[in-house]
Design a protein around this ligand. Structure first.
Ligand code: A3P
Length: 295
């Protein structure tokens, strides 16, 4: 790409989407080697849409029986960052380490998912977020990660590139639309979630998620407060204040704390100008609103 700076220097286009070098290598490898199982659960997200939160929730949901009778201090989420519990497919994790049902994640667009994911009966849970908040979260994340050697882009340049689709795993618009259309056609295969709905109605969304992945909450569990327990365990305040997430690092070296910033809806208004806000809303309406998708 002609663009300069930390993003562009490292991005390559493949099947209409942009990837950093290492991710593209991982994508090609898992396209070739990965075999989905019918019992698998795959969390697919656009970067910075709440992946960390969804990983924690899904992990806690699926493993709730295992930790039910034990003391709360034993729960893996208290000592391990969600990204180390639920690995990213394109980083080629050792999937043999996962117990059944295997739970893992990816940021891949629908078009580039491995064939066996599409053809098996495995379940896909897709999560996205208002494009303005997604962009702003990405901007802060990138700034924290930025090394001097990778150069600098201004907020305006990054914003312009995001709008034109040039960001890791972008175009955002095509990413969301691909999964949205598929979720309408195959609702039993793909559950489509928005960060904003999860924030507004966490109990309702968690119950739907539990049903979708085949382990609904029983009446007894509901009356025992298991749902609230999971939501509290996975809340922004709880996770971000754990020692492991304040001081620890992921297996691949990134600091755990950079995955926790504010975790709110509408924070983009603190960074974007009124014009930027309008620009992105106009694109969103054109690209997504026409398909019945609004944030
Ligand atoms: P902000 O930058 O807006 O605060 P991802 O996990 O996909 O990388 O997304 C990161 C975003 O999710 C960040 O948003 C982060 O603060 C927020 N987040 C992380 N954990 C969360 C939680 N448990 N509840 C709500 N939001 C959370």
């Amino acid at each position: 790409p002609k663009e300069k700076g930390w993003i562009a220097n490292h991005l390559h286009q493949y099947e209409g989407f942009w990837y950093p070098t290492r991710i593209l290598q991982g994508l090609l490898s898992c396209r070739k080697n990965f075999q989905a199982l019918d019992a698998d659960i795959l969390l697919v997200t656009t970067p910075k849409s709440g992946t960390t939160w969804l990983k924690a929730l899904a992990f806690a949901l699926l493993n709730r029986k295992r930790y039910e009778d034990k003391h709360i201090h034993d729960h893996p989420l208290l000592t391990t960052n969600p990204h180390d519990l639920v690995p990213l497919l394109e980083l080629i994790p050792d999937l043999n380490l996962l117990s059944s049902p295997r739970l893992f994640s990816t940021h891949l667009p629908y078009v580039s998912l491995p064939k066996s994911v599409k053809e098996s009966n495995c379940k896909i849970v897709y999560l996205c977020r208002d494009p303005k908040d997604t962009f702003v979260s990405m901007w802060h994340f990138a700034n924290k990660l930025r090394l001097e050697s990778i150069g600098t882009n201004s907020l305006e340049e990054c914003f312009d590139m995001f709008c034109r689709g040039m960001n890791p795993y972008g175009p955002y618009w095509d990413h969301v639309l691909g999964h949205w259309k598929e979720s309408l056609e195959r609702p039993e295969k793909i559950m489509f979630l928005k960060f904003e709905d999860l924030k507004r109605e966490p109990i309702i969304v968690l119950k739907k998620l539990a049903e979708f992945v085949g382990c609904p909450f029983s009446k007894e569990e509901e009356s025992k407060g298991i749902i609230d327990g999971i939501l509290n365990l996975c809340s922004f305040d709880n996770l971000s204040n754990l020692e492991v997430n304040k001081t620890g690092k992921l297996k691949f070296g990134v600091e755990n704390k950079i995955f926790f910033r504010r975790g709110e809806v509408g924070d983009s208004k603190n960074l974007l100008t009124v014009e930027m806000n309008e620009q992105i809303n106009t694109i969103a309406e054109k690209k997504l609103g026409e398909h019945g998708l609004r944030f």
